[in-house]
Design a protein around this ligand. Structure first.
Ligand code: GLN
Length: 561
């Protein structure tokens, strides 16, 4: 298809938040991709932050980092895992980002004296961000998810922009899909369609007619209920889809396909003939995931463990690796501030692997050091991600390399051994937002190391999000004590991977980058894969033949649709 024929699908949500619009968008993206079409997915977030990079993980869950270094909403992780297409800076747009652009333009005088208003200036900028996505790789489809719920004050400019959009590109090139809730009222023993009716009406009031309604519910909706919703929404019954709860979110595309969602979108709505979907690889992964027998226990030691979404991609990468090795991964969530309590330490000694993910600030850092020490001394497989590498290096420096009090200067600016220190280019930066080392950079892997073995390649691209790094002045001392630098930047300037040799430890690897962001259901991140493999071995599990699934056809997550 040529670029001028890009079709636009808008996904809105009603009734309540957290229904899984991201999973719905990602699943529709997966289905269209499986039918040979190219898809770009984008999320609009109505808050004023320019991006979620400065928001607490407690507020927002994980910050997902794209190849090109955007700090984005975690739904983009779903998009990438489901569609296997990389998101980019344009894939996550916030109200703050839109206003920022418009206000900067106004200050430059670009509006030539006009009064700058929500309509048309803000809405024009929003529409422009949709068009930009269409130009990317000549996308056949752009799927735009509108964050928030219809009826929210702050979503209005976005909804107004997508209402206007068909006027410019033609209604036949646009489709509106509305996600709602059909609650089950226990004492009445009934599923209630009223909230959906109200929500579809609310959307109509602002000028948008839904072309399809996806109804979230606990169990599958009967034909009668779908007919009732169809009648009120002025839709054919095929356009009312039951998005019932499923165990494995990766099965949502199959649930949709079974109800003819892709056929309805392509044939009925857009009049496009596309080859039948190839979902065999996707299905194979889901079947394999459902049949896992062994279970390995991985302790995830972090400070945001009360909100599992704060580590969403890490958990997904563990899961992908488990599917690869034929074992379920049970995550033991350990609050790093509790390490040192006897029962927590005992639990840590009993797990099959210890993972320390990324993080910021000093709270809980000493607990992470203690957890890394247990992993090293007890020979429990260890994976450190970003801050988890800073932990591993500081712990090794203190207890093996004879550098008492060694630390990252992020935690202790006065440490006698600043084994982790600010990147030189970070010293003068005052702004917090978007100023870290961000996005994919080449990593040179050193032959003979665990890292090289895991990747089987000498240069890989991995995504970063940090300000601190291994201090080159103390590198030699660490190396002499036995720490191995498995990867560096190609110019050897920055350390990318630290590890212990196989003779000393079954698996003790940490990376400055975040390998979890590139993990896919059918292609687990190599560092995670080898980590879970080592944990499986410790558990006594038999190595299982890896699944043979061809490329672009798979995924997983937590939300249900
Ligand atoms: N706080 C550390 C840094 O800024 C680690 C960041 C992270 O784990 N993403 O370098």
């Amino acid at each position: 298809m040529s670029q001028t024929e890009t079709r636009f699908i808008f996904i809105t949500g009603g009734v309540v938040s957290s229904l899984g619009k991201g999973i719905a968008a990602a699943s529709i993206g997966r289905l269209l991709r499986s039918r040979g079409l190219s898809v770009q997915i984008q999320k609009f977030d109505p808050y004023i932050n320019v991006d979620p990079g400065t928001m607490s993980p407690y507020q927002h869950g994980e910050v997902f980092v794209t190849e090109d270094g955007a700090e984005t909403d975690l739904d983009l992780g779903h998009y990438e895992r489901f569609t296997d297409a990389n998101a980019s800076k344009g894939s996550n747009v916030t109200a703050g980002g839109i206003y920022n652009t418009v206000i900067r333009r106004e200050r430059r005088g670009d509006y030539l004296g006009a009064t700058v208003q929500v309509v048309p200036h803000i809405t024009d900028e929003i529409k422009q961000r949709i068009r930009v996505m269409a130009d990317r790789d000549d996308a056949d489809f752009v799927i735009t998810e509108i964050g928030g719920t219809v009826g929210d004050i702050e979503s209005l400019p976005f909804l107004e922009a997508i209402r206007q959009f068909p006027v410019e590109v033609g209604r036949r090139r646009c489709m509106f899909i509305h996600l709602t809730l059909v609650p089950y009222i226990g004492h009445a023993g009934e599923l209630k369609t009223k909230p959906t009716q109200h929500s579809v009406n609310e959307l109509r009031r602002i000028g948008i007619n839904a072309d399809m309604v996806l109804c979230r519910s606990e169990s599958e909706l009967s034909l009668d209920i779908r007919k009732k919703i169809a009648l009120f929404a002025s839709l054919p019954v095929d356009a009312v889809v039951s998005g019932y709860d499923v165990k494995d979110v990766y099965s949502v595309p199959l649930v949709f396909h079974d109800q003819g969602v892709d056929d309805f979108i392509l044939k009925e709505h857009f009049g496009i003939d596309a080859p039948p979907p190839d979902l065999a690889g996707w299905k194979a992964i889901i079947d394999r995931a459902a049949a896992l027998k062994d279970e390995v226990r991985i302790a995830l030691v972090g400070k945001y463990v009360q909100l599992e979404d704060a580590y969403l991609s890490v958990v997904e990468a563990l899961r992908h690796s488990g599917i690869h090795h034929g074992c379920r991964v049970k995550v033991e969530w350990i609050d790093s501030e509790t390490v040192g309590e006897p029962e927590v330490d005992e639990l840590l000694r009993g797990v099959d692997g210890i993972l320390i993910p990324g993080g910021f600030g000093g709270r809980g850092f000493e607990g992470k050091i203690a957890a890394a020490k247990i992993a090293r001394e007890e020979k429990i497989p260890y994976l450190g991600v970003c801050l988890g590498m800073h932990v591993a290096v500081s712990e090794f420096a203190r207890h093996v390399a004879d550098m008492p009090g060694a630390n990252s200067t992020e935690m202790d600016p006065e440490t006698p051994f600043p084994v982790i220190d600010l990147l030189p280019e970070q010293r003068e930066i005052a702004d917090m937002g978007g100023t870290m080392r961000l996005g994919a950079d080449p990593v040179k892997l050193h032959p003979g190391t665990r890292a090289y073995e895991a990747y089987g390649e000498s240069v890989v691209y991995e995504r970063h999000r940090h300000r601190y790094e291994v201090n080159n002045h103390l590198k030699k001392q660490l190396e002499t004590a036995g720490l191995v630098f498995g990867g560096t930047t190609p110019d050897d300037r920055l350390v990318e991977i630290t590890e212990l040799p196989r003779e000393v430890h079954p698996y003790y690897v940490a990376s400055q980058f975040h390998p979890e962001f590139k993990s896919r259901p059918d292609r687990p991140s190599p560092l995670f894969r080898e980590f879970v493999g080592a944990a499986h071995e410790r558990h006594g599990g038999e190595p299982v033949a890896a699944p043979s699934v061809d490329g672009a056809d798979v995924t997983a997550s937590r939300l249900n649709v």
